[in-house]
Write a protein that binds this ligand. Sequence first.
Ligand SMILES: Cc1cc2nc3c(=O)[nH]c(=O)nc-3n(C[C@H](O)[C@H](O)[C@H](O)COP(=O)(O)O)c2cc1C
Ligand code: SF4
Ligand code: SF4
Ligand code: FES
Length: 593
Amino acid sequence: MAFYRSHVLVCVDPECLAKGAHDVVDAMQDELVAQGLLDEIQVLETSRIGGCSDGPEMMVYPEGVHYVGMTADDIPYLVEEHFLKGRIVEKFREVTKVVVDEELGPLRPKEVRVVLRNCGEIDPMNIEDYLAVDGYQALGKVIGGMTPEQVIDEVTKSGLRGRGGAGFPAGRKWGLTRQVEDSPKYMVCNADEGDPGAFMNRRVLEGDPHSVIEGMIIGAYATGASFGYIYCRAEYPLAVETLNLALTQAREFGFLGKNILGTDFNFDLEVRVGAGAFVCGEETALMASIMGMRGEPRPRPPFPSVQGVWGKPTNNNNVETYANVPQIILNGADWYASMGTERSKGTKTFAVGGNVAKPGLIEVPMGITLREIIFDVAGGIKDGRQFKAVQTGGPMGGCLTEKHLDLPLDYEALSQAGSMMGSGGLVVMDENSCMVDIARFFMDFTQAESCGKCVPCRIGTRRILELLQKMCDGKGQPGDIEKLEELCHEVAKNSLCGLGQGAPNPVLSTLAHFRHEYEAHVYEKRCPAKVCRPLIRYEIEESCTGCMVCARNCPVEAISGERRQQHVIDQNICIRCGICMQVCNFNSVAVES
Ligand SMILES: Cc1cc2nc3c(=O)[nH]c(=O)nc-3n(C[C@H](O)[C@H](O)[C@H](O)COP(=O)(O)O)c2cc1C
Ligand code: SF4
Ligand code: SF4
Ligand code: FES
């Protein structure tokens, strides 16, 4: 496979064709021959570069320069200036349109995009766009000149660790699958992404599917796999559509199927759509689901590397893990390992949510601190409020506090602090968040998602949830906190899979750092953050002007009072909806606990 230093994409949609796009392509080819540049610069016909109104339209990569409105006669000058002298030809340059991915937005401070580099930059439905940004060149490099062992060594040397949560070294996992003497072998991509609020994997699948597919093909070459599955949740219909189209195009170009790139290496892929059960993200449940069985976890060992899909050696990695691979092969393990900390290399994507000014999807180098993520990348706490806690690692992660803000982001650092990297959910909480309520929220999720196979998880998570609910309802009794703690340890210790083992984390971490809030709920029947409804009261203060706005808006007519007189709330009627506080123009309604 040839390596080009530049790729020129010319739009050949009807409007650009009518304005002479084919003449431009022909002139380009002739000029490249004349200048001896044919081996260095590739010209491809494509579609939908821009609006076509200023056609013919052309994109030049890797510079990402967008040219419009040139004719065949302009091409010799353009080739000489751009490709020989390295000068952008301003008169043809399209400058009015800045392509910014709506979901991703422009690069934020401290962001480094490796996995998300192509999202919003290329058309994911067109393989030629991916080719133009060095797509499938890593595959060419691997098949053309590396042994499977060299590929595994390179991935191992890069320090890439699994991005699905546990952080197992990817190269080592590939090596384990390779070593097993059994066939056929399978590759699996975990695209289940069930964490509430997380959409890092979806964005990559929808915006740059070929990077994942290329990573899987390279992995198949390294491990000796001949077939693979991408397990994607049904709630991601666009990702499924994009993936299926990308697979068809990759087959047409000879990157998938029999005799890949003219060699005797055969590998193909299929998309399997999951029904959206969170537990199906656990790898043994995922594989059961691929085989058409109930998505229930099973004990490990045997690990998937030894016995996975159809009882055969299977390598399972997360979407983001695979998407990193082509870049590691192209730029080298040392480049990747130059980012991050001693033990955690490269970058990590996060879906930052909660009470930050700029929530959304980010990609940052490992080793960055939580403080930098929250305050520099995500714009700080919303509405100038105080930071209180941050939950990392999704629903089975833990809550960290002010004292953890300067921890460098690293798999070990996070787990030592009582949380985890997880797949990349990051929920920031401000002073108005009740930590007992937060623990109840996450337990509500994991309890509902327990597959029910094992008793500690099925019954234990339910009992934990009941205790938390009791506390939030103001019905907690002495001894409940201790009971809660003990139950959490038992469920974590005795559950079969990571769901049950991790479900108590939000409770245990909030108990560790905010025990006083639990005690206030149980012993003082008070919610210090004034969130738990049964424990709060709305009161109208002396500054009340008697304008009657609150009384008119109260849905249960709990407010009484004469015009221009201080109003009163009947606590026996009030349902604590907070509407009076929102509508009062004089800040005269206060919430107490
Ligand atoms: C309940 C549960 C849900 C999980 N969900 C996902 C998921 O959505 N995506 C994922 O990649 N890994 C998920 N995992 C982790 C997988 O079991 C597995 O470790 C991962 O796919 C391995 O890939 P990696 O080594 O590239 O991280 C989940 C684990 C558990 C226990
Ligand atoms: S809206 Fe505020 S000021 Fe007006 S009556 Fe109600 S509490 Fe008093
Ligand atoms: S909190 Fe809701 S129900 Fe209670 S007094 Fe105010 S508006 Fe009425
Ligand atoms: S669902 Fe995994 S332990 Fe119960």
